[in-house]
Ligand binder design. Sequence first.
Ligand SMILES: [Zn+2]
Length: 422
Amino acid sequence: MRRSADGPPRPAPASFPFSSAHPSSPPLNDEDPKGDHVNDTDLPALAEAARSNLPDLLADLRRLVETETPSNDKELLDAGLDDIEVWLDQRLGAPSERVRRDGGAYGDVLEVLYPGDGDGEVLLLCHYDTVWPRGTILEWPVTVEGERFSGPGCFDMKAGIVQGVWAIRSLREQGARLPSIRFLFNGDEEIGSPASRPHIERAGRAADVTLVLEPSREGMVKTGRKGMGLFDVTVTGVESHAGLDPESGASAVHALAELVPRIVALAAPERGTTVNVGVIEGGTTRNVVAGSAACQVDVRIQDPAESTRVDEGLAALIPSDTRVKVEVTGEWNRPPMNPGPATEHAFGPAREVALELGEELGQISVGGASDANLVAALGRPVLDGLGAAGAGPHSRDEHVDVGRTPHQVALLAGLLARLADG
Ligand SMILES: [Zn+2]
């Protein structure tokens, strides 16, 4: 499926939810062509604008959260992305370029481009899928209590999407210079980005900087993420009667029990490598020597070289009973992301902006992988964790910290303004 800005007419925004205080869709190319205000973007004014826009931002967040988008529910993903397209047009006007790629069984990939004042292009990477199954919203509706906005997928990462849009709006309202901004929305991040990966890599290669609007960790951005390998170890033995004829059997369960400690021993925490055998299954019943058994393994690595060592270790899994066969399937899903010179290209300006907003910006390496890993592996500048403040991703404690939201919006907006200067 492919659509473009000059394709079929887009649905007109039925009710423009703007008050007169929020002029709709200010032009991207501001009237002031001089651009000497570029380096002194009024950050306090951006923060103030983010505070006054907060009610509208939270209404947008409610809209996105109430439109459920589980990674494995194509029907809901399609409807959710349809709604995001309509909402983007309402908030940012028509993009200069719009492409929606068919994700097959997975969520479609939407790219929209909002041209800026210079040559530079910033990619804002956002996933619209969540880990929450259809109907979660019925038992866990959006609630706002004090500073706490709660609802399935609000923190990971629908608030990031909404903050990205409001950062652009506040910069336009201020007449600040903007880089060209390409949003890429994918609907399969939570399951490893199988369909969107080539599009993320192409867009990441083309962009000067990629900013990933995944949640922050206590206000810190994420400059390191572990790589992840997902493997299945399948063991095939020989079935026999456990009482009458045990000698002719070769137990797959016994063999797997022997192999699991060797799989776990591939961990090397001092090098950042962890191994988890998360699922184990095998056998048919008590008095049968088991013919089959299997386990699911999750490996995380910080050091890229570790993938070879782990691969070799998995290939060397040979049980003592040579009649038992072992097959290892799976792959390295995302390579590790480590801070380097390319990171500084994005983190440096972000830290400056944060300081001007009165805070020291922390950076952290985390064990979870994201699409940032894919862009970092290309050697391109990428900064992750620029989305929401809050906590509890993938848990019922998931929530966005409303009080911190204006700061997060201003930080992103200020960073975008910096990046307009190259
Ligand atoms: Zn996420």
